[in-house]
Design a protein around this ligand. Structure first.
Ligand SMILES: [Zn+2]
Length: 378
């Protein structure tokens, strides 16, 4: 009966989180973060709030803890993406349902995951004293650059963790990692002149164009990863010039590189510098290594077994297509085994009329509870 009640709460809790408008930009996660923090505080968690910018609030909550073994970390983000330009047929913030589907922005990505983490944590909070315990890292500003987790990693206040569960949408299927990302702008400068006298200027667009053409067939000199696949590079933006009758004195190219595990970002960056030439000024605005844990790792095998019991079949190793906060958190929780596992539907992330299966939300609470019990032996 208790299990049943908590399961119903999981959907209700997701709906209550949907009503906090945390669309990023601008984000404004503070109210939602304080609400979640107050809830955990009531269950006996110790709470810390962190703001990397005005009203951009992340929450770190702890329960239990001993010296013998570090806690299990569960993480998720409380911001959601914009509604997009297409019209929704469902209300994005009220939590409309239809059959097994719960609709709204963030149902899959990932307020359902946050709700399930909260509920599992709350249900077990009384039992965690004297055990390794758990730490919940609930972040602001994951969408568009993982700025909340980047800030948290820099504070040096995250403490330690022995394993990491990221509640991003996987339909509760444990994923053993995801690609890394290196995002940068390459800027080129020139000298402005009147468009009728180009010989008096120095054209920054020509410089950028010559440099960027060399990227099209960039050879990563990296082996294809058997599960993650190959690294990729995309030139996503090209900007320059202020008027057709002027010689442009600046141009900028936006590059998005997705790396696989084992690649050295610093070495990659230095190769890029060589290729783009010394006139290119590189501005790296996102740098997160790939996340990967060997599927044979002991705890990952436990996760496969526990999740497999709920899913009806033992999982096989897979990785997620998207990035997560794990890239930043692992800068602090160095080398800890990590799985991405959450109730959302991965293909529903960022969609119009986004939905999540209510059955999956309930299932994820049970899986998280089992994983916490297994870690803390309660
Ligand atoms: Zn997400």
């Amino acid at each position: 009966m208790i299990g049943r009640m908590s399961n119903q709460d999981a959907v209700a809790l997701t709906r209550s989180l949907l009503r906090f408008e945390t669309v990023n930009p601008p984000g404004r996660e503070r109210d939602c973060a304080r609400h979640v923090g107050a809830m955990l505080e009531e269950s006996g968690f110790s709470i810390q709030y962190f703001e990397h910018a005005e009203s951009r609030t992340s929450v770190v909550a702890r329960a239990g803890g001993n010296d013998a073994k570090p806690p299990l970390c569960l993480t998720g983000h409380i911001d959601v993406v914009a509604l997009g330009s297409r019209k929704w047929t469902k209300d994005p913030f009220s939590g409309e349902t239809e059959g097994d589907r719960l609709y709204g922005r963030g149902t899959s990505d990932m307020k359902s995951g946050i709700a399930a983490i909260l509920l599992a944590a709350k249900n077990l909070s009384k039992k965690l004293s004297g055990t390794p315990g758990i730490v919940l890292v609930l972040t602001a500003a994951e969408e568009g650059g993982c700025l909340g987790s980047q800030h948290l990693a820099q504070t040096q206040l995250l403490g330690r963790a022995g394993a990491l569960i990221v509640g991003e949408p996987t339909s509760n299927y444990p994923n053993v990692g995801h690609k890394g990302s290196l995002k940068l702008y390459a800027r080129f400068r020139g000298v402005s002149a009147h468009g009728s006298m180009p010989e008096l200027g120095e054209n920054a667009i020509y410089k950028a164009a010559k440099a960027v053409a060399k990227l099209e067939n960039f050879d990563f000199q990296a082996k294809r990863h058997p599960i993650m696949g190959a690294p990729t590079m995309n030139v996503g933006t090209f900007e320059g010039g202020q008027g057709v009758n002027m010689v442009p004195d600046s141009a900028s190219v936006g590059v998005d590189i997705r790396t696989v595990t084992g690649m050295d970002h610093a070495a990659l960056l230095s190769r890029l510098k060589d290729i783009l030439g010394k006139e290119a000024e590189l501005d790296v605005f996102s740098d997160m290594n790939a996340v990967w844990t060997e599927p044979q790792q002991e705890w990952v095998q436990r996760v496969f077994e526990i999740a497999g019991r709920h899913l009806g079949a033992r999982p096989t190793p897979k990785t997620a297509a998207y990035n997560t906060d794990a890239g930043n958190l692992l800068k602090v929780y160095k080398g800890v085994p990590t799985v991405v596992l959450g109730p959302g539907e991965p293909q529903q992330a960022h969609q119009t009329d986004e939905y999540c299966s209510m059955e999956r939300i309930r299932q994820s609470v049970a899986i998280y509870e089992d994983l916490i019990r297994d870690w803390c032996r309660v």
